[in-house]
Unconditional design. Sequence first.
Length: 665
Amino acid sequence: MSGQQTNLRNVGIFAHVDAGKTTTTEQMLYLSGHIRALGSVDSGTTQTDSLDVERERGISVRAAVTRFQWKNTTINLVDTPGHVDFLSEVERSLRVMDGAVLILSVVEGVQAQTEVIWQALRELSIPTLIYVNKMDRIGADASVVLSQIQRFLSPHAVPIQAPNGAEAAFLGSEELLGQAADSLPAWTAPYRQMLAELVAEQDEALMNKYIDEVPLSKEELDDALLSGVHQSALFPVLFGASGRGIGVSQLMDAVIHYLPSPGGLEEAPVAGVIFKMERDPIMGKIAYVRLYEGAIHNRDLVHNVTRDMQDKVTQIRRVHGQKTEDIGVLKAGDIAAVCGWSRARIGDIVGSPEGVPGEKRLAVPLLTVQVQWRNAAEYPAVVAAFQELADEDPLLDLQWLQEERELHLKVMGPIQMEVLTSILKGRFGLDVTFGAPSVIYKETPAVTGEGFIAYTMPKPCWAILRFLIEPGERGSGLTYKTIVRGEQLLDSYQNEVARRVPEALQQGLLGWEVTDLKVTLVEGEHHVWHTHPLDFVIATPMGIMNGLANIGTKLLEPMLRFRLSIPEEYGGKLMNELIVMRGEFEAPIVRQERMEIEGLLPVATTLDFPARLGSMTKGRGTLSTFFSGYRECPSDVHVERQRRGVNPLDQSKYILAVRNALTQH
């Protein structure tokens, strides 16, 4: 079939850990006839949790792609991890989805990770269904969770079902648009009213009818709802109990009915993105590709835009949980695993960047750890194993200090460290441990000033640079520009400077990355005979570091936004604790004998807080946190990081070191 694939859906399943995401996926596979027997998270037999560590711990740590048929429509389903430590997997999956299902547990309601994902789904305008799971649990109350969804996620969350009963008496849900309003049971009235009101708000003609108390037909409501979902203006809410298989087939019906099919034409030039990498013992590296336009066949030569190279496709495989089959072709709108691209990395764009959506950064690793191995003989194998894992998760941002024989990684938290230990043992047969995690600080210029370098000795060399360095707004990163004319400094040399400035800012005066600044090249000079192109590679870091030494830097620390819910009697004790941790918070709100406190906390003071909270509240306190950005440290906080390599401020030593490295290179 040419043209667009209308009988296809690419759907991501997202949730906070333990909301029942993998169980829901398993039920979908079972009810669609894709698997013959239901697996269980507790016994480690689910289709999408294939890693040993996922089965042992009952959590998903990698996004898993699976595919099934439901009512003549093919659904590519990506089951994403729910734990905040694996947010990078969620981030990469978001990019390739046309629609999303966000699962909440009715008892826990909206949790920290739920809000982080919701924010990202909204910024990318991905049509989203909300599925309230575990309606059969003690404490389940649909009206409480609905008001929470409307308060914390969106006031435009629309119930399209009315749950029949709750807890052990939960019998399923009544479809509000499945039949005419007058044939629905009387107890569905409050949900019907909310549905009509919220949908009518989006459409002027319907609003007028609603105000005039003219009954709205289910067709009118459904059409307006469908258009609202596609515009990311309305979000249908469904209810179920996936553990008992209640509500899952209705959820699949809603996925097909409300979520859009992918666009894209098979005849167009190829445009796609690699969103996941795996290593197969037989096939080698496997790249999971979402194709937006065009078609790729076995043995095609495809251009990797990001790396500017051609790569040959050896095989295109369809993945079904743990089984795969060779399908020979990947068409616009679809997802498949491509073999043969050994040099590709996650995030690479293939074909043309036109039509490939941008990515949303969610995961910001705030901790760094040092890897420790058992004996010197294992050192090369450990380095190779972590290099392979960093290909699969670039956010590990591996730092291999060859001279010191040290390996450092960036991590999101303790669960990720446990999982990495388990993967190294299971996949590579290596026993590793990690040092205590330390917080990743950053630096920013203290004031405005200049950096200057005249690199004219030892001959032959000639590179003169002057930079203006100014503090930028918090969160702005690096802005670089040049005002030097081409006749003073050739464009090719200026390009080299532009490339080297971000590298030079990786380590500031205290050894941390320098951020939130504007750097302008205001003066530059080369020499017709003496300048070598590599002179600017050497000169740029010296000019930048000279500027930082002149103006000084301030230390920035990562902050977390937190929401704390505790029994009222522990309120005073916990507020004192928050003050000791340098926390800032608004006046607490008391609801039903529980106190809710929201505010900001530095990462540095909170590393052991979740564990302490448990013992301080006898396990009855809940804490949700998410990254809020970096901000200036108090003046009494001073943290330095060991510098890698020679400091460009030690100019003669630095010149020798870099010259040697460049000639050996």
